[in-house]
Design a protein around this ligand. Sequence first.
Ligand code: MG
Length: 253
Amino acid sequence: MKYVFIQLCLTLICFGMNAQNTKVIAHRGYWKKDGSAQNSISALQNAAELKVYGSEFDVWLTGDNRLVVNHDKKFQGHDMEHITFAEAVKVKLGNGESMPTLSEYFSEALDHPELHLILELKSHVSDEREREAVLGIAKLIKAYGVADRTDFIAFSLNAVKEFVKVMPDADVYYLEGDIEPARLKEIGCAGLDYNIHTIKTHPEWIKEAHDLGLKVNVWTVNNREDMEFLIAQGVDFITTDEPQLLMEILEEK
Ligand code: MG
Protein backbone atom coordinates (compact mmCIF):
# COMPACT_ATOMS: atom_id res chain seq x y z
CA MET A 1 0.00 0.00 0.00
CA LYS A 2 2.80 2.34 1.04
CA TYR A 3 4.64 1.50 -2.21
CA VAL A 4 1.53 2.26 -4.29
CA PHE A 5 1.13 5.60 -2.49
CA ILE A 6 4.76 6.56 -3.16
CA GLN A 7 4.38 5.53 -6.82
CA LEU A 8 1.24 7.68 -7.10
CA CYS A 9 3.01 10.68 -5.54
CA LEU A 10 5.97 10.27 -7.91
CA THR A 11 3.64 10.07 -10.91
CA LEU A 12 1.81 13.23 -9.86
CA ILE A 13 5.09 15.06 -9.20
CA CYS A 14 6.43 13.98 -12.61
CA PHE A 15 3.25 15.10 -14.35
CA GLY A 16 3.43 18.44 -12.56
CA MET A 17 7.08 18.86 -13.53
CA ASN A 18 6.30 18.00 -17.14
CA ALA A 19 3.51 20.56 -17.15
CA GLN A 20 5.92 23.19 -15.85
CA ASN A 21 8.43 22.28 -18.53
CA THR A 22 6.09 22.56 -21.48
CA LYS A 23 6.20 26.00 -23.06
CA VAL A 24 3.60 27.77 -25.18
CA ILE A 25 4.33 29.01 -28.70
CA ALA A 26 1.66 31.11 -30.42
CA HIS A 27 1.38 29.90 -34.04
CA ARG A 28 1.69 32.92 -36.41
CA GLY A 29 1.37 35.07 -33.27
CA TYR A 30 -1.74 35.37 -31.12
CA TRP A 31 -3.85 36.34 -34.14
CA LYS A 32 -7.20 35.06 -32.84
CA LYS A 33 -7.53 38.05 -30.58
CA ASP A 34 -10.06 40.55 -31.96
CA GLY A 35 -8.69 42.93 -34.57
CA SER A 36 -5.55 40.94 -35.33
CA ALA A 37 -4.35 38.87 -38.31
CA GLN A 38 -1.90 36.00 -38.80
CA ASN A 39 1.75 37.08 -38.92
CA SER A 40 0.88 40.71 -38.15
CA ILE A 41 2.69 43.05 -35.77
CA SER A 42 -0.42 43.06 -33.56
CA ALA A 43 -0.31 39.24 -33.38
CA LEU A 44 3.25 39.53 -32.04
CA GLN A 45 2.16 42.18 -29.53
CA ASN A 46 -0.80 40.04 -28.43
CA ALA A 47 1.49 37.04 -27.87
CA ALA A 48 3.77 39.19 -25.70
CA GLU A 49 0.79 40.52 -23.75
CA LEU A 50 -0.44 36.98 -23.10
CA LYS A 51 3.04 36.19 -21.71
CA VAL A 52 3.54 33.06 -23.80
CA TYR A 53 7.06 31.71 -24.15
CA GLY A 54 7.32 32.37 -27.86
CA SER A 55 5.68 33.62 -31.02
CA GLU A 56 6.09 31.84 -34.35
CA PHE A 57 6.07 33.61 -37.74
CA ASP A 58 6.83 32.84 -41.40
CA VAL A 59 9.42 34.49 -43.62
CA TRP A 60 9.81 34.87 -47.39
CA LEU A 61 12.57 36.26 -49.56
CA THR A 62 10.99 38.65 -52.08
CA GLY A 63 11.90 38.70 -55.77
CA ASP A 64 14.40 41.48 -55.05
CA ASN A 65 15.97 39.57 -52.13
CA ARG A 66 14.40 41.33 -49.14
CA LEU A 67 12.76 39.62 -46.17
CA VAL A 68 9.09 39.91 -45.28
CA VAL A 69 6.71 38.15 -42.88
CA ASN A 70 3.81 36.16 -44.39
CA HIS A 71 2.59 32.57 -44.56
CA ASP A 72 1.10 31.84 -47.98
CA LYS A 73 3.27 31.67 -51.10
CA LYS A 74 0.34 32.99 -53.12
CA PHE A 75 -1.17 35.94 -51.29
CA GLN A 76 -3.74 38.37 -52.66
CA GLY A 77 -2.71 37.75 -56.24
CA HIS A 78 1.03 37.97 -55.51
CA ASP A 79 3.65 35.24 -55.54
CA MET A 80 5.85 35.91 -52.50
CA GLU A 81 9.00 34.86 -54.37
CA HIS A 82 8.33 37.31 -57.20
CA ILE A 83 6.76 40.25 -55.39
CA THR A 84 9.08 43.23 -54.94
CA PHE A 85 9.78 44.65 -51.50
CA ALA A 86 8.04 47.90 -52.48
CA GLU A 87 4.93 45.96 -53.51
CA ALA A 88 4.99 43.73 -50.40
CA VAL A 89 4.91 46.59 -47.89
CA LYS A 90 1.80 47.96 -49.64
CA VAL A 91 -0.13 44.68 -49.21
CA LYS A 92 -2.79 44.90 -46.51
CA LEU A 93 -3.58 41.99 -44.21
CA GLY A 94 -7.15 41.06 -43.34
CA ASN A 95 -7.27 43.50 -40.42
CA GLY A 96 -5.90 46.46 -42.40
CA GLU A 97 -2.30 46.26 -41.12
CA SER A 98 0.45 46.26 -43.73
CA MET A 99 2.42 43.11 -44.41
CA PRO A 100 5.37 43.40 -41.99
CA THR A 101 8.96 43.38 -43.09
CA LEU A 102 11.30 41.18 -41.05
CA SER A 103 13.04 44.35 -39.83
CA GLU A 104 9.73 45.69 -38.53
CA TYR A 105 9.08 42.38 -36.78
CA PHE A 106 12.45 42.41 -35.02
CA SER A 107 12.09 46.10 -34.21
CA GLU A 108 8.74 45.42 -32.51
CA ALA A 109 10.27 42.44 -30.67
CA LEU A 110 12.76 44.81 -29.02
CA ASP A 111 9.82 46.17 -27.00
CA HIS A 112 9.07 42.66 -25.71
CA PRO A 113 12.41 41.33 -24.45
CA GLU A 114 10.92 38.29 -22.67
CA LEU A 115 9.29 36.92 -25.82
CA HIS A 116 11.11 34.23 -27.80
CA LEU A 117 10.91 34.37 -31.57
CA ILE A 118 10.38 31.23 -33.65
CA LEU A 119 11.28 32.12 -37.21
CA GLU A 120 10.10 29.78 -39.96
CA LEU A 121 11.80 30.14 -43.31
CA LYS A 122 9.33 28.95 -45.94
CA SER A 123 10.56 26.52 -48.59
CA HIS A 124 11.83 28.49 -51.59
CA VAL A 125 12.20 27.49 -55.22
CA SER A 126 15.96 26.82 -55.04
CA ASP A 127 18.74 26.04 -52.56
CA GLU A 128 20.44 29.29 -53.63
CA ARG A 129 17.43 31.41 -52.66
CA GLU A 130 17.19 29.66 -49.31
CA ARG A 131 20.89 30.36 -48.71
CA GLU A 132 20.36 34.01 -49.67
CA ALA A 133 17.42 34.17 -47.22
CA VAL A 134 19.42 32.60 -44.37
CA LEU A 135 22.32 35.02 -44.94
CA GLY A 136 19.90 37.97 -44.89
CA ILE A 137 18.20 36.67 -41.73
CA ALA A 138 21.58 36.21 -40.00
CA LYS A 139 22.47 39.84 -40.78
CA LEU A 140 19.21 41.15 -39.29
CA ILE A 141 19.49 38.87 -36.24
CA LYS A 142 22.87 40.44 -35.53
CA ALA A 143 21.72 43.99 -36.26
CA TYR A 144 18.78 43.71 -33.83
CA GLY A 145 20.65 41.69 -31.21
CA VAL A 146 17.99 38.97 -31.00
CA ALA A 147 20.23 35.92 -31.49
CA ASP A 148 19.75 34.66 -27.92
CA ARG A 149 15.99 34.45 -28.21
CA THR A 150 15.38 33.41 -31.78
CA ASP A 151 15.00 29.79 -32.91
CA PHE A 152 14.81 28.74 -36.56
CA ILE A 153 12.47 26.21 -38.13
CA ALA A 154 12.02 24.94 -41.69
CA PHE A 155 10.44 22.15 -43.72
CA SER A 156 13.32 22.35 -46.17
CA LEU A 157 16.27 20.24 -45.03
CA ASN A 158 18.50 22.47 -47.15
CA ALA A 159 17.31 25.54 -45.19
CA VAL A 160 17.88 23.71 -41.89
CA LYS A 161 21.45 22.87 -42.92
CA GLU A 162 22.08 26.47 -44.03
CA PHE A 163 20.89 27.82 -40.65
CA VAL A 164 23.20 25.35 -38.86
CA LYS A 165 26.11 26.36 -41.09
CA VAL A 166 25.60 30.14 -41.00
CA MET A 167 24.59 30.41 -37.30
CA PRO A 168 26.24 27.44 -35.55
CA ASP A 169 25.15 28.64 -32.07
CA ALA A 170 21.47 28.94 -33.02
CA ASP A 171 18.76 26.41 -32.15
CA VAL A 172 17.44 24.97 -35.42
CA TYR A 173 14.48 22.61 -35.73
CA TYR A 174 13.25 20.53 -38.67
CA LEU A 175 9.51 20.48 -39.45
CA GLU A 176 8.87 17.84 -42.11
CA GLY A 177 8.57 14.87 -39.76
CA ASP A 178 10.37 12.23 -41.82
CA ILE A 179 13.72 12.09 -39.98
CA GLU A 180 14.37 10.28 -36.69
CA PRO A 181 15.96 12.11 -33.73
CA ALA A 182 19.43 10.51 -33.97
CA ARG A 183 19.84 11.71 -37.57
CA LEU A 184 18.61 15.20 -36.65
CA LYS A 185 21.33 15.38 -34.01
CA GLU A 186 23.98 14.44 -36.60
CA ILE A 187 22.69 17.25 -38.86
CA GLY A 188 23.15 19.69 -35.97
CA CYS A 189 19.52 20.35 -35.04
CA ALA A 190 18.55 21.41 -31.52
CA GLY A 191 15.50 19.20 -31.85
CA LEU A 192 12.45 18.24 -33.83
CA ASP A 193 9.35 20.31 -34.48
CA TYR A 194 6.81 17.82 -35.81
CA ASN A 195 3.11 17.65 -36.57
CA ILE A 196 0.86 16.15 -33.84
CA HIS A 197 -0.08 13.26 -36.17
CA THR A 198 3.59 12.40 -36.72
CA ILE A 199 4.22 12.42 -32.96
CA LYS A 200 1.19 10.19 -32.37
CA THR A 201 2.60 7.77 -34.97
CA HIS A 202 6.07 7.92 -33.38
CA PRO A 203 5.54 8.71 -29.69
CA GLU A 204 8.87 6.97 -28.98
CA TRP A 205 10.66 9.86 -30.71
CA ILE A 206 9.94 12.09 -27.68
CA LYS A 207 12.06 9.96 -25.34
CA GLU A 208 14.64 9.22 -28.05
CA ALA A 209 15.05 12.96 -28.62
CA HIS A 210 15.32 13.75 -24.90
CA ASP A 211 17.85 10.95 -24.35
CA LEU A 212 19.98 12.55 -27.11
CA GLY A 213 19.70 16.00 -25.48
CA LEU A 214 17.33 17.25 -28.19
CA LYS A 215 14.12 19.22 -27.62
CA VAL A 216 10.65 18.44 -28.91
CA ASN A 217 8.17 20.96 -30.30
CA VAL A 218 4.79 19.83 -31.69
CA TRP A 219 2.46 21.71 -34.11
CA THR A 220 -0.34 22.77 -34.56
CA VAL A 221 -2.09 21.57 -31.44
CA ASN A 222 -5.46 23.24 -30.97
CA ASN A 223 -7.54 20.97 -28.73
CA ARG A 224 -7.44 20.15 -25.03
CA GLU A 225 -7.11 16.38 -25.46
CA ASP A 226 -3.95 16.65 -27.60
CA MET A 227 -2.49 19.36 -25.37
CA GLU A 228 -2.97 17.21 -22.24
CA PHE A 229 -1.48 14.17 -23.99
CA LEU A 230 1.63 16.10 -25.01
CA ILE A 231 2.05 17.77 -21.60
CA ALA A 232 1.91 14.31 -19.98
CA GLN A 233 4.57 13.15 -22.48
CA GLY A 234 6.81 16.00 -21.35
CA VAL A 235 7.29 17.72 -24.70
CA ASP A 236 9.26 20.95 -24.46
CA PHE A 237 7.07 23.19 -26.63
CA ILE A 238 3.56 23.13 -28.03
CA THR A 239 2.78 25.39 -31.00
CA THR A 240 -0.89 26.38 -31.09
CA ASP A 241 -3.51 28.70 -32.56
CA GLU A 242 -5.13 28.60 -29.10
CA PRO A 243 -2.39 29.89 -26.79
CA GLN A 244 -4.89 31.12 -24.20
CA LEU A 245 -6.41 27.62 -23.83
CA LEU A 246 -2.97 26.04 -23.48
CA MET A 247 -1.93 28.62 -20.86
CA GLU A 248 -5.11 27.80 -18.90
CA ILE A 249 -4.44 24.04 -19.07
CA LEU A 250 -0.85 24.51 -17.88
CA GLU A 251 -2.04 26.67 -14.98
CA GLU A 252 -4.46 23.91 -13.92
CA LYS A 253 -1.54 21.47 -13.49
MG1 MG B 1 4.83 28.62 -39.77
